[in-house]
Design a protein around this ligand. Structure first.
Ligand code: ADP
Ligand code: MG
Length: 594
């Protein structure tokens, strides 16, 4: 395997690589960097989102420019202001040991005179959105007549957004003999035609197959009645307490509506769409980046700029009109080597779209059931137990302990635990105990619904680098069972659930009676919701519809663990992301702390 050094990077860039903690180059970096360093050539490079394309062009450009000159030598065009700022930021990190380096971001919605002033001081590299760039060239504020390198980043998205004319206009002001490097996740014919028009025999590099989504993303769909869409969304969020997600809607109006409803119901949510001012959008993105917001509801266009790692779930609240857009949506998760889930909430009439998408992404969807109320309660309980376990004790409390002890002196430890849990749990329980089954009866009832099926809880999960596929494989190997004998594998952050037929129950329990993985005891218990979410049981009335945020404990609440544990050794850390009460407004520690 190659190293950044073997790719030919200079010492000062290598130092920055080390500082950023990049251990080895990604595939696209491995393939592009040596060529771009070595030759003056045009290039078309296709690789999925999250594969490290910025560094693939960023390092060669930085190494090739002359920082002692104040002439603008490199131009990077990118589709949105968000991306433009991200690239600038990333490039500044790469070039932090290059004395005299000056990179200017040029984008709409900010002072044009400030940007012009910055460029006048001598920017070797300009990172720009096409609209503002064209504007500034027109006003004589930017001179790109001497650039040697031009990057068209996220070319497919730039064209999607209608920047073809602007790009043509901008490039007509640049020298013919520059090198043009085009980077894109997909290669629609518009991109091919741009390559043809603006480039000379470019080197072509394709990582993975074109149009295919990230390896790390699994795709799931949930079949519900169209009118239950919102309730289904809430259940999916409640069943994944650590969710950090982008939720896609088709229109600005729906985006706004869903976000407002989620906020009313106590979730840390916000909307991102084109009717917001640039300022408002920046604010939303900032809160999302810092995890103040756990669920970002967005339109496709507005979400184009989102480049946030660690997104756990993409939820397609509605499928996009153009099914090709699905790839862009699901590509928001599973970035930088992490795994992610793309969920689709569909009604029966949309099912054929799932088939069409499977063809495009060349992957199969898994049909899953919307979790039952009891399943959610169980998830929340275990999640709470884990949060308590991993909470660092605040010793400010010590002084009050004698008085607190006195108040609680009548209770045994067991009673106290029950009470503490009830604070949190009762709210979920009361809400969900009468909840109905949201799954429409289409399709064959899956195995898990039979009463001969047993559901188990196991104390390993995403935190231990499992996803549903790898956990299923792990269990099958261990239990020596066949392909379909372990099913309904549902991985949460620090624990998971799975089913087997009842006849395997003794085997499962005996194997896990005293089982260690890397020295840690792995325990398996039969889940209370065993036997599956019974559809019959679920057919009661009431539930879901009227749930408003937190009764329960109001303000305060448990410490939900910060992000400090990301680097803890496997099997030890507390839950990786902050974990919030999904529905208790005001209880979300993060909101107030942030
Ligand atoms: P793309 O443009 O292909 O969508 P980015 O360039 O935005 O991807 O990179 C995605 C993330 O991966 C960024 O956070 C970046 O810092 C990180 N990254 C890039 N290269 C590496 C590497 N070699 N090792 C680890 N992380 C990397
Ligand atoms: Mg990129």
């Amino acid at each position: 395997m190659s190293t950044f050094k073997s790719l030919g990077l200079d010492e000062n860039l290598l130092q920055a690589v080390t500082d950023m903690g990049f251990e080895s180059p990604s595939e696209v970096q491995e393939k592009t960097i040596p060529i771009l360093l070595d030759r003056e050539t045009d290039m078309v490079s296709l690789a999925q989102t999250g594969t490290g394309k910025t560094a693939a062009f960023g390092f060669p450009m930085l190494q090739k420019i002359n920082v002692d000159s104040r002439t603008t030598q490199g131009l990077i065009l990118s589709p949105t202001r968000e991306l433009c700022l991200q690239i600038t930021n990333e490039m500044n990190n790469y070039g932090k040991y290059m004395k005299g380096l000056n990179i200017t971001a040029v984008y709409g919605g900010a002072s044009i005179t400030d940007q012009a002033r910055q460029i006048k001081r001598g920017s070797q590299i300009i990172v720009a959105t096409p609209g503002r760039m064209k504007d500034m060239i027109g006003r004589g504020m930017i001179d790109i007549s001497k650039i040697e390198y031009c990057v068209l980043d996220e070319a497919d998205e730039m064209l999607n957004m209608g920047f073809y004319e602007d790009i043509s206009e901008i490039l007509s002001h640049s020298p013919k003999d520059k090198s043009t490097w085009l980077f894109s996740a997909t290669m629609p014919k518009e991109v091919a035609s741009i390559a043809k028009k603006f480039m000379h025999t470019p080197v072509e590099i394709t990582i993975g197959s074109k149009n295919v989504g990230s390896e790390n993303v699994s795709h799931e769909y949930y079949l519900v009645n169209a009118r239950d869409r919102y309730l289904a969304l809430k259940r999916l969020a409640d069943a994944n307490p650590d969710i950090f997600s982008v939720i896609f809607c088709r229109t600005k109006r729906d985006t706004q509506k869903v976000a407002e409803q989620l906020i009313t119901d106590g979730y840390n949510a916000a909307a991102l769409h084109g009717d917001l001012s640039q300022n408002q959008r920046d604010l939303v993105m900032k809160s999302f980046r810092t995890r103040q917001i756990q669920m970002l509801v967005a339109t496709d266009v507005a979400a184009r700029g989102i480049d946030v790692d660690d997104i756990t779930h993409v939820i397609n609240y509605q499928l996009p009109d153009e099914i090709e857009t699905y790839t862009h949506r699901s590509g928001r998760t599973g970035r930088a080597g992490k795994s992610g889930v793309s969920m689709v909430i569909v009604s029966k009439s949309e099912l054929r779209k799932i088939k069409a998408i499977e063809k495009i992404i060349q992957k199969k969807f898994e049909q899953k059931d919307i979790p039952s109320g009891m399943e959610i309660c169980e998830v929340q309980l275990f999640h709470l137990a884990n949060s308590i376990k991993n909470t660092e004790i605040n010793h400010e409390i010590d002084a009050y302990l004698p008085n607190i002890n006195e108040v609680l002196s009548d209770f045994s430890k067991e009673e106290l635990i029950k009470k503490v849990f009830s604070v949190e749990f009762t709210r979920f329980y009361n809400y969900y105990k009468k909840s109905k089954d949201l799954n429409t009866a289409a399709g064959d009832p899956s195995q898990g619904d039979s009463k001969d099926s047993v559901r188990y809880f196991i104390n390993i999960g995403g935190k231990d680098d499992f996803n549903w596929m790898s956990l299923k494989d792990f269990l099958r190997d261990l239990l020596q069972l066949g392909q379909d004998d372990v099913y309904k594998v549902d991985v949460k952050d620090s624990f998971s659930f799975f089913n087997t037929d009842a006849k395997h129950q003794d085997l499962v329990l005996s194997i896990f009676n005293d089982f260690k993985l890397d020295g840690r005891t792995i325990s398996v218990e039969i889940s209370k919701d065993s036997g599956g979410r019974s559809r019959k049981k679920g057919r009661r009335r009431g539930g879901d519809g009227d749930f408003k945020k937190g009764g329960g404990r109001g303000k305060g609440g448990f410490n939900k663990g910060g992000r400090s544990s990301d680097d803890k050794p496997k099997f030890k850390g507390k839950s990786r992301r902050r974990s919030e009460k999904p529905n208790a407004k005001g209880t979300g520690g993060r909101r107030r702390r942030g």
